[in-house]
Design a protein around this ligand. Structure first.
Ligand SMILES: Cc1cc2nc3c(=O)[nH]c(=O)nc-3n(C[C@H](O)[C@H](O)[C@H](O)COP(=O)(O)OP(=O)(O)OC[C@H]3O[C@@H](n4cnc5c(N)ncnc54)[C@H](O)[C@@H]3O)c2cc1C
Length: 407
């Protein structure tokens, strides 16, 4: 029997998951969740378009860790203890059946994030976890073997705990985590991740709604490269290929003030000779067809017309009349089509935060702070974030699982 007083700061995904883990590890612990707002699990509710993409079907730890532009290396070891397979088992054994989509994203069979919320709330009730809403933690003091929290609700109220788990989520502003910095934790400056690209000076936006399934996208003059579907929007470009690019380049794009050039390869083929051969074969087999009528099959018609216009190629021209210059223009526009990006757009709020409490300040075997004994961290408050696909929640579950062992 281990009696201890445990505080969990934050009533979000990582907060609930870690609080439940604590009670399953230490049934006699007295656990309280402090939530600053009047809502619990609000991000879970809106996640995945209201369906909650709770994890990903990826079972290779090495592939899984590559989905994290920040934190992947450290998570690799942690995933051996709690990974996507464990997550699925965890929810299914607690009454939430899950299904995996063809793209690997895992959702509740109910297709409703409320199933995840109900699971957390019912387990919190079953384990007598106290939940205090509208109770922000505004201060924290290391009393060596115990920790004092200052609560903002009735200012001046202080409570002492044996163990504290910080699960306050991503903070787009440094001011949201300065109290952790003051304790001596290293902070990686928070900047947004997972955003779409604004192209106010590009008329490609006239093609809004066009989706190209397999593209390669690159930030010009950088190492950042991505692939996958691309969606043209009325403000610029979006879709998994762009979101992934925004995640890996998040910090550099912030430093560039979101003004840069993106190169698009529309046909997912890096070798220009291969593209040229393909075009030459069109020319040979259909010499009398108009260029506008015969195109690489993956390119939507509207985009093909746009690209011909962009390169000033007469759409009425027959393939047999396409000389070397035209062929080269086509290869270039298919493989290296450059657009000016000026600004970013985020969906509702920032999807996730790049930055937060540095992993240098954490012992990743336990998630305990290196500067304050008995203080643990879980979730997006840490400098961990991922691309879309259920990986961000997986990061929260894994860190919360380890933190919940309170070792
Ligand atoms: C629109 C949207 C959709 C998303 N969809 C998905 C998805 O489908 N799949 C996926 O994997 N990820 C998704 N994400 C990302 C995912 O929601 C987050 O990574 C995840 O919620 C992080 O969990 P967390 O518990 O660390 O933080 P949060 O869920 O943000 O919870 C932190 C909680 O702490 C509280 N808090 C903060 N400071 C204090 C304080 N000082 N005192 C008390 N309480 C405090 C906050 O009010 C909040 O309730 C989505 C994000 C957004 C914005």
């Amino acid at each position: 029997m281990v009696y201890m007083k445990v505080a969990v700061i934050g009533g979000g995904a990582a907060g609930f998951f870690s609080a439940i883990c604590v009670k399953e590890n230490y049934p006699d612990a007295d656990v309280t969740i402090f939530e600053k707002s009047n809502k619990l699990l609000s991000k879970v509710k809106i996640s995945g378009g209201g369906r909650c993409n709770v994890t990903n079907g990826c079972t290779s730890i090495s592939a899984l860790s590559k989905a994290y532009p920040r934190g992947g290396k450290k998570l690799k070891k942690a995933f051996k203890e709690f990974n996507t397979v464990h997550t699925m088992r965890w929810f299914e054994s607690r009454g939430v059946p899950l299904m995996t989509q063809d793209d690997g994203c895992v959702f509740p069979v109910s297709q409703d994030s409320q199933s995840i919320i109900d699971c957390f709330l019912s387990h919190a009730e079953k384990y007598n976890i106290k939940i205090l809403k509208r109770t922000p933690v505004v201060g924290i003091k290391n009393l060596n073997d115990r920790i004092e929290l200052e609560l903002g609700k009735d200012s001046g109220v202080k409570m002492i705990f044996d163990k504290v788990i910080v699960a306050t989520g991503g903070s787009p502003k440094l001011s949201g985590i300065d109290w952790l910095q003051r304790m001596g934790h290293k902070i990686e400056t928070p900047v947004p991740s997972l955003f779409t690209f604004n192209m106010p000076d590009e008329n490609v936006t006239e093609l809004m709604g066009v989706v190209v399934e397999e593209t390669i996208t690159e930030i010009q003059s950088t190492k950042y490269i991505s692939d996958g579907p691309l969606l043209i929007t009325h403000w610029g470009m979006s879709g998994p290929s762009i979101l992934k690019l925004s995640a890996f380049a998040a910090r550099d794009l912030h430093d560039m003030d979101y003004t840069f050039k993106v190169r698009v390869n529309w046909i997912n083929e890096k070798n220009n000779n291969v593209i040229l051969e393909k075009l030459e074969s069109f020319k040979k087999s259909h010499p009398k067809k108009k260029i506008s009528n015969l195109k690489p099959s993956v390119i939507p018609n509207r985009l093909w017309t746009y690209l011909l216009h962009k390169k000033e190629i007469d759409p009425e021209k027959l393939w047999e009349d396409a000389g070397k210059k035209v062929m080269n223009k086509l290869v270039t526009v298919l493989s290296n089509d450059v657009y000016d990006v000026k600004g970013k757009t985020t969906f509702k709020e920032e999807f996730v935060t790049c930055g937060g409490v540095s992993l240098d300040s954490i012992d990743f075997n336990t998630m305990e702070s290196r500067v304050c004994k008995n203080l643990y961290f879980a979730g997006e408050v840490l400098d961990i974030d991922a691309i879309t696909g259920g990986y961000n929640f997986q990061g929260a579950w894994t860190t919360a699982y380890i933190a919940g062992r309170l070792q």
